[in-house]
Design a protein around this ligand. Structure first.
Ligand SMILES: [Zn+2]
Ligand SMILES: [Zn+2]
Length: 342
């Protein structure tokens, strides 16, 4: 099979083609696993964190990709949940221990043995992949393969982030960063909370216009002050300055939810600008979002199809993975990037 493989940690500034397209043997499903013939795989900022070593894969070579749509091509021993030919999806959660206090209380995203698709195990930047059947999802019929892929991470983690904000209808929400996840959050908010006003902070004019098109009441630069104080803000940027700026824009008692697996160090010194009375006092909170649980993914898939949310996607062939990643690094973003795999 054709697979796009990462052979080691590297920096995109110095190496614009971190992945190599190779011919590899098709994987064989182990007990309880299914083999998928992959048709689409979303491209996520987390792949940049893996390539650049902020959340490094434990072994190389590794096949990245954790927003995978495919059809069941073979069943491992004992696997009976899906039938051959059925369309399923795989997200960031590849497996968890299923025994610890986190797993037993619906918080498997916090499990000590949490394993990630496309980091700890091979993912979907390839023609085939295997996954434990309990960690695959039926995909609503209304979506094409490319449309469904970004729902599995960008959408699901956006859903989790929104849940963690505690947002209520009538409140004011901020989104700092406006990529794949944030644009789906805005669509969700417009449906679920019709009286919420959303304020978007984004670096590029293109992203700001896109946010307005999708219904943001205001869009400004990451460092701009919002016209009103906000009840909660979701940060999806890879850096620190937006965190400091966001804290200033919060209402007393407001909450900032950071949706990022890792932050880049380039502007870490901006944290020294934190001024306690301006940024933190008055019971302002900061909460991070870690991974996703299976419940997040399945609930979000159901909600998305009920709402008729359709992600805006940009398609690339499997051989275009390096280009898609580079554009993501350079923040050339409109919606979600997806590899289509034949
Ligand atoms: Zn992701
Ligand atoms: Zn566990």
């Amino acid at each position: 099979m054709k697979a796009n493989v990462l052979r080691g940690i590297t920096r995109l500034e110095e190496n614009e083609a971190p992945l190599s397209l190779l011919d590899l043997p098709e994987p064989v499903p182990n007990e309880g696993e299914i083999l998928l013939k992959v048709s689409a795989c979303g491209v996520c900022h987390t792949e940049l964190d893996e390539i650049e070593g902020r959340t490094p894969p434990p072994r190389f070579p590794i096949i990245l990709g954790h927003q995978v749509i495919g059809r069941v091509a073979a069943l491992g021993r004992g696997a009976s949940r899906f039938s051959i030919g059925e369309r399923v999806g795989v997200g960031w959660i590849f497996s968890a221990c299923r025994r610890c206090k986190f797993c037993l209380s619906g918080r498997e995203n916090l499990c000590n043995e949490f394993k990630a698709t496309g980091r700890d195990f091979d993912g979907g930047y390839a023609q085939y992949m295997t996954v434990p059947e309990g960690f695959a999802y039926t995909i609503p019929d209304v979506y094409t393969d490319s449309q469904a892929a970004p729902l599995l991470c960008a959408g699901a983690i956006g859903y989790r982030s929104l849940r963690l904000t505690g947002l209520q209808d009538g409140q004011k929400l901020g989104l700092t960063g406006f990529g794949a996840s944030a644009h789906l959050v805005l669509k969700m908010v417009r449906y679920r909370y019709p009286n919420v006003q959303t304020f978007v902070f984004a670096r590029s004019n293109e992203e700001r216009n896109f946010a307005r098109e999708l219904g943001a009441v205001w869009a400004g630069d990451t460092t701009e002050e919002s016209p009103v104080r906000l009840d909660c803000i979701i940060d999806t940027t890879p850096v620190w300055t937006p965190i400091v700026e966001a804290m200033r824009n919060l209402e007393p008692g407001g909450r900032l939810v950071i949706n990022a697996i890792r932050k880049e160090d380039i502007d870490k010194d901006s944290l020294l600008g934190l001024d306690y009375p301006i940024h933190l006092w008055m019971e302002k909170e900061i909460k991070s979002v870690a991974n996703v649980s299976r419940t997040d993914v399945s609930e979000f898939l159901a909600l998305a199809s009920e709402m008729g949310i359709t992600p805006e996607v940009q398609e690339y062939p499997l051989s275009g993975a390096n280009q898609a990643l580079l554009e993501l690094k350079k923040r050339k973003i409109r919606g979600a990037k997806v590899l289509t795999i034949g």
